[in-house]
Design a protein around this ligand. Structure first.
Ligand SMILES: Nc1nc2c(ncn2[C@@H]2O[C@H](COP(=O)(O)OP(=O)(O)OP(=O)(O)O)[C@@H](O)[C@H]2O)c(=O)[nH]1
Length: 397
């Protein structure tokens, strides 16, 4: 079977050229880093199309175009591939290092093309440069190999390892093969394997790239759906999920919840406006968070109400923690309209009882205890659980 390398390189170039406008057009739907990295990726495809088309025309055009220009364009495309992926992965792009690898490799290739023509040396230099780019790509992707790592990143890892294997095969052929200097378009097994891979890579790598983007976008969407925009803490939806999870793991008397509500918060809003109230809420949330133990879960249920889930906690510890929170909040000062302002909180505590069949009943009991704390004068902790019939209220005052 005769495999024509010129045709292969042109097919690769055409695929890249067709994919590029699709990806570039799609960038309009994206924002931020995703848009930037997708744009770079689209540009990379155009550069690869140009590079491989010039390489494929090796015997028809001058060496300046098919070696010097083609390798320059491909070096830029590989450096930009690494930059796009690193941006998407949220690691520093290392532009200086990428540029140094690309320029160093290109100068070496130009030297062994124009000054001291030597085909194997050009392949070795290109291989070393590609190895550098690959390392900068594979290093941030290494986490994908861990258990439960990202599937999309594994796909990309596979594509890159495939590219590395293709180059390795080609170099081995040059070092150990019978033909001393076969040239880029000679139909040797190494050249064929590498050219087939290069022709398919734009599609493979672009699919891997889009899968990676999709996975990151899904993770971000899930995070946003579970986050309270004002405080950055868990929202009611996420708290419900966490409460269910904790409830499965707890036994009676070994899991508690605290319902916290800011006292007379309306007055803060009335006096300092909604923005002032928001600043107060965000500061309080951070203050409460600082008092919690590892494993405790804090979220905002809504308005000026927070919920704390306390795993492995009995009523005594829950009440002690609640009291610590109440005291800590009363010392927090927030500057509103240039004046230091303080607020207090009322807290209802509940510990899981044998008859609790769902976290909902536990939270409702904490809510009723909170109501008892409010009725008893606010700025205090209450529970209905220690003495089951009467509100047990810790008076702050
Ligand atoms: N700034 C701000 N205010 C909010 C937010 N959500 C709810 N509120 C306000 O919180 C206030 C709650 O008022 P109330 O339910 O009357 O309770 P309170 O004034 O805190 O009084 P007690 O709870 O009885 O001590 C209302 O003024 C709401 O507008 C929010 O996200 N930001």
């Amino acid at each position: 079977m005769h495999i024509d390398l010129v045709t292969l390189s042109l097919v690769g170039a055409l695929q890249a050229l067709l994919l590029a406008p699709l990806l570039l057009a799609a960038t309009r739907a994206y924002t931020g880093v995703a848009r930037q990295s997708l744009r770079i990726w689209g540009t990379v495809l155009v550069l690869q199309a140009l590079g491989w088309a010039l390489m494929g025309a090796r015997n028809q055009i001058s060496d300046w175009l098919s070696i010097v220009l083609a390798n320059g364009v491909l070096m830029i495309s590989y450096a930009e591939t690494a930059r796009a992926l690193r941006l998407l992965l949220g690691v520093p792009p290392r532009r200086g290092l990428l540029a140094a690898i690309g320029i160093g490799g290109w100068l070496g290739i130009v030297w062994f093309a124009q000054v001291q023509p030597d085909y194997p040396m050009r392949v070795y230099i290109a291989t070393v440069s590609l190895g550098g780019f690959l390392l900068l790509l594979l290093w941030p992707l290494r986490h994908a190999l861990r258990r439960g790592g990202s599937t999309a990143q594994r796909v990309m890892l596979l594509v890159l390892v495939g590219a590395a294997a293709g180059w390795f095969f080609r170099v081995c052929e040059l070092v150990f093969g019978d033909v001393p200097t076969p040239g880029l378009l000679a139909a040797t097994p190494g050249n064929i394997a590498q050219m087939i891979y290069s022709a398919m890579e734009p599609v493979f790598a672009s699919v891997g790239f889009l899968l990676m983007y999709n996975e990151l976008a899904q993770t971000e969407l899930r995070r946003l759906a579970r986050t309270d925009a004002l405080t950055g803490m868990l929202n009611r939806f996420a708290l419900d999920e966490m409460a269910q999870e904790l409830f499965q793991r707890t036994t009676p008397h070994s899991g508690a919840v605290l319902m916290i509500d800011v006292d007379h918060f309306k007055a803060i809003n009335d006096r300092f406006g909604h923005a002032g109230g928001d600043r107060m809420l965000a500061t309080l949330a951070r203050g409460i968070g600082r008092c919690l133990r590892e494993g405790d879960v804090l979220g905002r249920v809504g308005g000026e109400e927070f919920l704390v889930l306390l795993p492995d906690t009995g009523i005594d510890d829950a009440l002690m923690l609640a009291e610590r929170l109440r005291t800590a909040v009363s010392t927090i000062q927030v500057m509103l309209d240039g004046e230091p302002q303080r607020v207090t909180v009322s807290i209802g505590a509940a510990v899981r009882q044998a008859e609790d069949k769902s976290p909902g009943t536990l939270v409702r009991r904490a809510d009723r205890a909170l109501y008892a704390a409010k009725s008893a004068g606010r700025n205090r902790v209450a529970t209905l659980d220690a003495m089951r019939t009467v509100a047990n209220v810790t008076d702050a005052g």
